[in-house]
Design a protein around this ligand. Structure first.
Ligand SMILES: Nc1nc2c(ncn2[C@@H]2O[C@H](COP(=O)(O)OP(=O)(O)OP(=O)(O)O)[C@@H](O)[C@H]2O)c(=O)[nH]1
Length: 358
């Protein structure tokens, strides 16, 4: 069962803080199933203890049933707490049953690591405290009523002190472990964001655009058009106002496009003064109308009194078409727009006519 556990929880990749928690749960189930099955066989054939063999068999079935429930529930938090309570309960029952004899209380030391790891600091502290208090009480009773009991009062004090230190240490350990996981996740999210963002304008970069293009086109849900937008005579802007001003205009330009973007469309900076937009659920003529509107939004309001215009090329993306190929077509149309005097939008001539789903 431990080999297929990850299929039950596809939402918990190995950098998720609950990933190892789930693994531990599966291993506990595996260990409990094998142990009960082995004990049942040994009791049946070696010791001829039929009642115990049946009890072990039932125990094995209960563990398997719980395992089935775990897979069906797929709720890590709930199952982890239930399992932690179950383990603490079984341990407690065992220690109370043998009345703390044969140093059975030593088994209580496995409770903090298991419960803290499985169910977090709050549940771990509660369960560990209950089990340790029960152990101390059991030993205390033995000291009072059983003269043959080998632990003395000094030893009992040691058990109490060591128990408190044990719980505090595991509490601290679990806290730092979880904190480290959270930090790692945050750092990873930051890195992902950096790898997907254009450093100057803050919008998506080419990398992220390629991913969005691939996943959206693969879904085949709606027709898409690709627009390539290129600011006109940007070299002149740089030469006249300086590179820093050029940068500021690129940032403001990207923001202007973002403000006019429809939900579902994807904008990215392709490089330099060139931008790409994946326009969703649209015919090429509607796409042209949309880009014309953006063109108007850019040319109507100068950037710090510097007039800016752009030219654009549009193509319809076939579902199986690569970004490379679609980009070449849109770039081709862009070239036509530039050739025809700039500040205009052109369609790629060979784009297929498509029907939009309403
Ligand atoms: N300020 C700034 N300029 C950039 C950046 N990336 C590219 N450029 C400039 O953009 C200009 C692009 O020039 P060209 O490719 O000749 O195009 P253009 O002047 O816009 O002319 P057309 O595209 O033909 O209308 C160059 O001067 C580049 O240095 C950038 O990140 N910041």
């Amino acid at each position: 069962m431990s080999f297929t556990w990850y299929k039950t929880f596809p939402d918990y990749p190995d950098h998720h803080p609950d990933y190892w928690r789930i693994r531990l749960i599966f291993h506990i189930f595996l260990l409990a199933t094998v142990s009960f099955a082995l004990l049942s066989v040994i009791n049946l054939f070696v010791f001829k203890a039929y009642t115990l063999a049946v009890m072990d068999g039932v125990g094995c079935l209960i563990v398997l049933a719980l395992y089935g429930l775990f897979r069906r529930l797929a709720n890590v938090a709930v199952v982890a707490v239930l399992l932690a309570c179950g383990i603490a309960g079984v341990m407690l029952a065992f220690i109370l049953l043998v009345e703390g004899r044969n140093y059975s209380v030593i088994w209580a030391t496995v409770i903090p690591p298991v419960t803290f790891f499985l169910a977090g600091r709050r549940v771990g502290t509660t369960l560990s405290t209950i089990v340790f208090l029960a152990c101390v009480y059991t030993v205390y009773l033995q000291l009072q009523h059983n003269p043959a009991f080998t632990i003395n009062t000094g030893a009992l004090l040691n058990v109490i002190e060591a128990s408190i230190v044990h719980i505090l240490l595991f509490r601290f350990y679990e806290g730092t472990r979880y904190f480290a996981f959270q930090q790692a996740i945050e750092r990873e999210q930051q890195l992902i964001k950096i790898s997907q963002t254009d450093t100057l304008t803050g919008i998506y970069n080419r990398n992220k655009f390629a991913k969005e293009y691939a996943s959206r086109l693969a879904s085949g849900a709606e027709p898409y058009c690709l627009a390539v937008i290129d600011i006109d005579h940007f070299k002149l802007v740089n030469d006249t106002y300086g590179h820093a001003k050029g940068d500021a205009i690129l940032v403001a330009f990207a923001q202007r496009l973002m403000q006019n973007l429809r939900g579902g469309d994807v904008l990215a900076r392709w490089g330099g003064e060139e931008f790409v937009i994946l326009i969703s659920n649209t015919t090429r003529h509607d796409a042209k109308t949309i880009v014309e509107r953006w063109k108007q939004a850019v040319s109507d309001a100068p950037f710090d009194e510097i007039p800016v215009t752009f030219s654009a090329g549009i193509t319809v993306c076939d579902r199986l078409q690569s970004l490379d190929s679609a980009f070449k077509q849109a770039d081709n149309a862009l070239y036509t727009a530039k050739q025809n005097g700039r500040n205009r939008v052109s369609l790629y001539r060979d784009s297929p006519i498509i029907v939009v789903r309403k």
